[in-house]
Structures are given as C-alpha cells and as structure tokens.
Design a protein around this ligand. Structure first.
Ligand SMILES: Cc1ncc(COP(=O)(O)O)c(C=O)c1O
Length: 350
C-alpha cells in the first residue's frame, strides 16, 4: 500500500529510524552492568516491543496493569509495573498475570503492601528522588521494605524515577540533578542492605538520562521509553535518537494566510506544546482544536486543499495513546499496520 492510500489522520512510524534508535540504545547497554528495560508506555505496541527485544533488553517496564497484560499475552515474561497498584479490583488480574510472567510491582506505602501481600509478585520499594509524584521519602523506605519482606511478596530492591531531571535542556544541569537523585536512591539501597534486606535491583532512568543514570555504579537497569519513537521535545536535547513518528494530515482549507489540517487534539497530544511542521514547510502551527490544526502560512506556502502534510508530535506517549494503529512506513510505502494494543483502559467490569 502507498502512503497516499491511507486515510488521515494517520500516525506513521519510519521503520528505519525506529530500528536505528532501538539499536543505538541497545548497543549503549551491551556489555554494561546496567541493563535496559524499555518502557512500553511510550508506544503500547507489541510489534515495537518485538523490535526492542530482538535488539536486546532485560524485560519491559509498564505503567499500568493493562500494558503488562498485553505484553504477557505476546509472550514477554519479565515485566516491571513501575507504578503503585492500590485498586483492589485488580488483584485477580495481577494473580492471573503472575501465572504468565515474572511480575515486579512498585510499592510506596503499607497500604500498597497490605493489598498485594499474598500475591505471587516481586516488589521494588519506590523512592521519591525529587519528582513530586509517587515514592516514599528516602527516610521511610526501610519500613516499607521490611513490610514487603514480611509478606509473601519477594523484595527485589528499589526504584526511583528522576523525572524532574528529564526535561532539563542543559546537559550538565540535567546530569547533576540525575546524579543527586541517584545518590539518594543508592543511599536508600545501602540502608536496606545494612538492615539485612535484599537489594538486587536498582531501577531508574529515562531517555534524557540513560547515559548518565545508566553509567552510575550500582544502578542495575534503566527504564527509557521515548527513545524508540521520539518527539519534538526530546529532539531538542541533542540525543543520538531521531524522530520516527509523524502524523499524516490532509489540508482542508487554505485562506488568506491560514491553512487548516484534519488532525487536531484528538490525534495529537499538546501537553508539551503544539506539534511542529517539517522544517521545509513555510508555515507554523497557530493552534489545535478537536479535529483541526490551524497553520499561519508564510510566503512560499504551496500546499492546496487535498494535499497532505506531516505533523511532528511534541509528546509521543499520549499521542500514540490516541490511535488504534500505527502505520509502519519506508518512504512512501506502507509496510505494515501495527495495533496500539495497550491503548486506553480495559473496561471494568469486563
Ligand atoms: C517511571 C518511569 N520510568 C521511565 C520513564 C521513561 O522516560 P522517557 O520517556 O524519558 O524515556 C517514565 C516516563 O515518564 C516513567 O514515568
């Protein structure tokens, strides 16, 4: 099939760019003591997980039980749900999942341990290393770890996501923030060991810090996700990964300095700002509405109603989650159609 035969909006993945990104990240971790555990939430697409597994990785990271279930159904059997699970309606599903895969979850409270304590799962104590999100403050980690050790859960170690470092453009400041976060996390790991508790895993990191966090002695795995498909936000960081995902849109209208495309807020996430046009299109994105992106056109803008243009997503994870399918392309050929199988949430009750 040709690109021109796709209905728009269509989220397309350049398979060669994807392959290069995945290979670069896998090559970085090859032969190191720290492993790569790619974050599945960035693409939610088993076909892409297969590319990552073929290049080499130590299992996958997930944000939700739904993601882990999809990966397990595709035969991936070493899964970290790097998130707290406090929803009591999910325990049966977790038990069933544990029959198919080694499942490790994050805990940061006694309530979390109490809910999961009899399930055949492993656990990491989630430590707050500076991102104002989940994670027990470093001083509270031993108490949670002991509770895990006293339950049927297997204590495997600690995790601490330094997400507050990830958006810092300046590399040295980003590295400094990540190093401070990891010093906190490794300090907690040592405290647990001194208390006689098991710490085999120290899990952290993302695309913005993979070569910082991933080279700190004692960190055992990095949870990077965005590197596979990338977006305009990470593209500004000068990382060795290129944008592999773009949204194909049709021009609906061109009038007096404006042009309107048929992909809007329901096709592209804007929490990191508007999507961008390729550099060679003399126009800029003004704003998005439900089904439209409005462009301010410059002299030389030549597209006409019915023509097609690319939009470059600003934030890959929530953008992919808006689409049922990704189209795997090489120049103007559509090679494959990949289901974004873990998008959305499973209906409950189901
Ligand atoms: C817990 C956790 N680990 C890893 C990542 C992956 O980060 P990145 O998108 O920078 O690859 C995220 C992303 O938000 C995350 O929440």
């Amino acid at each position: 099939m040709k690109l021109s035969e796709l209905s728009t909006p269509a989220l397309c993945v350049d398979v060669d760019v994807l392959q290069r990104n995945v290979e670069r990240m896998a090559a970085f971790f090859r032969g190191r003591s720290c492993a790569l555990r790619p974050h599945f939430k960035a693409h939610k697409t088993p076909a892409i997980a297969r590319v990552q597994a073929a290049a080499g990785c130590a299992g996958f990271t997930c944000a939700t039980l739904d993601e882990a279930e999809v990966l397990a159904a595709h035969g991936f059997d070493d899964l970290l749900i790097a998130n707290e699970l406090l929803d009591s309606t999910k325990t049966d599903r977790l038990r069933a999942l544990a029959d198919r895969a080694r499942v490790t979850v994050a805990v940061d409270s006694l309530a979390g341990v109490a809910l999961l304590r009899d399930l055949p799962l492993a656990a990491l104590v989630d430590v707050n290393v500076g991102l104002p999100r989940c994670g027990v403050p470093p001083g509270g980690a031993v108490e949670i770890a002991r509770a895990v050790a006293d339950s049927h859960l297997q204590l495997r170690g600690v995790m601490g996501y330094e997400g507050h470092a990830m958006g810092i453009m300046d590399r040295e400041s980003r590295a400094q923030t990540a190093r401070e976060a990891m010093a906190n996390l490794l300090g907690v790991a040592d405290e647990l060991r001194v208390a006689g508790l098991e710490v085999e895993v120290v899990s952290a990191g993302g695309t913005g810090t993979y070569d910082i966090t991933g080279t700190i002695p004692g960190v055992t795995e990095v949870q990077a996700g965005s590197y596979a498909l990338m977006d305009t936000t990470y593209a500004r960081f000068g990382l060795p990964f290129a944008e592999a995902v773009r949204c194909l849109a049709t021009v609906l209208s061109v009038q007096g300095g404006l042009a309107v495309l048929d992909a809007g807020l329901k096709a592209l996430a804007v929490d990191h700002g508007s999507p961008e046009l390729p550099d060679d299109v003399p126009a800029s994105v003004l704003f998005l509405s439900d089904e439209h992106t409005t462009l301010a056109t410059d002299a030389g803008f030549a597209a006409r109603p019915g023509d097609r243009l690319w939009l470059r997503p600003s934030h890959v994870d929530p953008t992919v989650n808006l689409h049922d399918r990704l189209f795997a392309i090489r120049s103007d050929e559509v090679l494959d159609v990949w289901r974004v199988e873990a998008r959305g949430y499973r209906a409950s009750p189901h």
